[in-house]
Design a protein around this ligand. Structure first.
Ligand code: SIN
Length: 487
């Protein structure tokens, strides 16, 4: 049993303008491993969200006026504090989200890395001098912060999905308001506590926690003081939010759903492909947008891959994330599990076979067995939908052109993976896949230095890397005339 009293970062109300909201804490935060209440938080709503936006607006001039160096120092301190408190942040994260503690620690390091990265990258926001068409003119380009940034973030990465937006925003000189998912507010509030300890000024980083998703979402997408809105979540919700942003023509960046193919060609290193598929598929119990969703295996290695893959999946330990042995934790809610199970059973009815798992696990109500399905075709529900659970559908294919057609046969395009040792094929396939990120002989592709984002209905904009700043900057063109000749 975790001693909650010992958790100094466990905060239970919204953080607005450097203040912790007062009020009765009556919104329960549930541990998905056992459905027990961890604690209650104060339920903020529309009024608090408006206050947070106004606080961010007020804090903007002073934050924007700081040098990138000054901002970078404060952010660096925030990064250091996150890493110093990695164990406690990970405990809070596992309690509210469910992922195994080792994975939660990994997420804290991953999330903190964005703060470190953008603390530095903010110093490299270069402008431009463009040769002018007339001798007495000069063309200068400045890059300036867009202003107040509002964000809505998901429950699957309660820390890293906030930091990779907030760090880019703060590094660019913007101020920030986030509404974290109702299921996982505690990680966001712990980040706010550390931001305060780091000396990030009041109003620069605000967290509003509440269950009025629609009302709070409308403020964040429609308030005139918000210049830019960013969201990570489902494509369906993303479309609604984009439409809401249109009313005030906000700059938007969206990281939406995926349906990642994982292709194993005949010439692949099968053991490496098995390791990559396990890492990509079963990370966070399959609840990531970049998780492998469909495994395509070529005829010549189909039997060998399936045998090795099933044997490896069988070894995965399903347990409460707080147990040392846990490799797969619970799904976020029972209704999420029911959705996954329905995709499995509907596909079985259409001819798919269960090679492993396929049901609720004995570990508890919200735990799903590590599942492998064979005889799957690309038109079955398990292949057409984003699974968000620990289920691997395996589809057999014969040639490169055929698998590319199937892999691209989806409206979304976030991540794709393939395994081959043929250098020509590496370029052909990487160029032909309609996805924003491609893992080649690699199943884990996420890191702060790389541009994360998708094409098609997987969204717009990139997070992380030096490209990650672009979405938080405006380009301003200065035309300097009357220079003339020196007589
Ligand atoms: C996501 O699932 O949206 C993010 C996954 C990652 O950052 O690797």
């Amino acid at each position: 049993m975790t001693n909650l009293k010992a958790l100094s970062l466990l905060k239970t109300s919204s953080y607005i303008n450097g203040q912790w909201q007062q009020g009765k804490a009556d919104l329960a935060v549930i541990n998905p491993a056992n459905d027990k209440t961890i604690t209650h938080v104060v339920n903020a709503g529309i009024a608090e969200t408006e206050q947070a936006v106004l606080a961010a607006q007020q804090a903007l001039p002073a934050w924007r006026a700081k040098s990138a160096n000054e901002r970078g120092k404060l952010m660096r301190r925030w990064f250091d504090l996150m890493m110093e408190n990695q164990d406690e942040l990970a405990t809070i994260l596992t309690l509210e989200q469910g992922k195994p503690l080792a994975e939660a620690k990994g997420e804290i390091a991953y999330g903190a890395a964005f703060i470190e990265w953008f603390a530095e990258e903010g110093k490299r926001i270069y402008g431009d001098v463009i040769p002018a068409p007339a001798a007495d003119k000069r063309i200068l380009v400045l890059k300036q912060p867009v202003g107040v940034v509002a964000a809505i973030t998901p429950w699957n990465f309660p820390n890293a999905m906030i930091s990779r937006k907030a760090a880019a925003a703060l590094g660019a000189g913007c101020t920030f308001v986030v509404r974290p998912a109702t299921q996982t507010p505690l990680s966001a509030l712990a980040m706010a506590e550390l931001a305060e300890r780091a000396g990030i000024p009041a109003g620069v980083f605000n967290v509003v926690v509440g269950d009025d998703a629609k009302g709070m979402g409308k403020v964040l997408t429609q308030h005139p003081a918000v210049a830019k809105f960013t969201f990570t979540g489902s494509t369906e919700v993303g479309k609604t939010l984009i439409a809401q942003c249109a009313t005030t023509v906000k700059k938007v960046s969206m990281e939406l759903g995926g349906n990642a193919p994982f292709i194993v060609f005949d010439d692949a290193d099968i053991d490496a492909a098995v390791t990559g598929a396990i890492a990509s598929k079963y990370r966070n119990a399959g609840q990531t947008c970049v998780c492998t969703n469909r495994i395509f295996v070529q005829d010549g290695v189909y039997d060998a891959f399936c045998a090795k893959f099933i044997a490896a999946v069988k070894q995965l330990k399903i347990a409460d994330g707080m147990h040392d042995s846990s490799q797969i934790g619970p799904l976020i809610t029972r209704s999420a599990l029911d959705d996954v199970h329905k995709l499995v059973t509907d596909s079985v009815q259409q001819g798919a076979k269960i090679a492993l798992g396929g049901d609720v696990d004995k570990a508890g109500h919200n735990f799903y067995q590590a599942t492998v399905m064979t005889d799957v075709t690309n038109d079955m529900p398990i292949a057409k939908n984003e699974i968000f659970g620990p289920v691997s559908p395996i589809i057999r294919f014969s040639d490169e052109a055929e698998v590319l057609k199937q892999a691209n046969d989806t409206d979304v395009g976030l991540a794709a993976y393939f395994y081959t040792r043929d250098i020509g094929r590496i370029f052909r396939v990487a160029e032909a896949l309609e996805y924003g990120m491609i893992g080649i002989n690699e199943g884990l592709i996420s890191n702060a230095a790389a541009p994360f984002g998708g094409v098609k209905q997987s969204g717009s904009g990139r997070e992380g890397s030096h490209y990650g700043l672009d979405d938080y900057l405006e380009i301003k063109y200065l035309c300097l005339g009357g220079i003339g000749a020196n007589s």
